[in-house]
Design a protein around this ligand. Structure first.
Ligand SMILES: [Cu+2]
Length: 173
């Protein structure tokens, strides 16, 4: 009798561990509630907090820094096209709405990892003006190879002449 209970307990524990692993893989919001992230909840990024749509793209922050906020999600970057001035340090803050993504700014040495539940922050200065492609370099699913954004680096005076709304994105919308 004792042996039977022991076996049943072990089987129950095995079943629970398999179930919880699956849960962990498919349900990031649950993982987040359990304390797995130190940043915004991937499930509500668009609804509240720092990464709501009106807050994305380039904007001057209170300290006078230019901050670019972005979301990476299967299989786009939001905004898809970002515009920044050349020659000034730019603070990037990025998170992911789903899987881990890796942005690389082609033609520069810079890259950024986007992790769900976490905000990655970095400061970059782009010395050259031009258009730089931003492919995803971390396999993130079926559409990974088509996942690419764009960075437009423009002269400082051109950027200064843009209205705040025009600094959000250089793409359509
Ligand atoms: Cu990817």
């Amino acid at each position: 009798m004792k042996k039977k209970i022991g076996f049943a307990t072990v089987m129950l524990l095995v079943a629970l561990s398999i179930l919880s692993t699956r849960f962990y893989e498919v349900s990031l919001p649950v993982w987040h509630l359990l304390g797995g992230g130190n940043g915004p909840d991937p499930a509500t990024l668009h609804l509240r907090g720092e990464f709501v749509e009106s807050n994305l793209g380039a904007a001057q922050d209170r300290e006078g820094f230019l901050t670019v906020r972005m979301i990476a999600q299967q299989y786009v970057f939001v905004p898809q096209c970002i515009i920044v001035p050349a020659g000034v340090p730019i603070r990037f803050r990025i998170t992911s709405a789903d899987a881990v993504h890796m942005l690389s700014f082609l033609g520069t040495d810079y890259g950024l990892k986007a992790v769900p539940g976490t905000v990655t922050e970095a400061r970059f200065t782009f010395s050259k003006t031009g258009e730089f492609k931003i492919p995803c370099h971390e396999f993130c699913g079926a559409g990974h190879y088509a996942m690419r954004g764009q960075l437009d680096v423009v002269p400082q005076d051109q950027f200064s002449s843009l209205r705040p709304g025009e600094r959000r994105t250089c793409g359509p919308g």
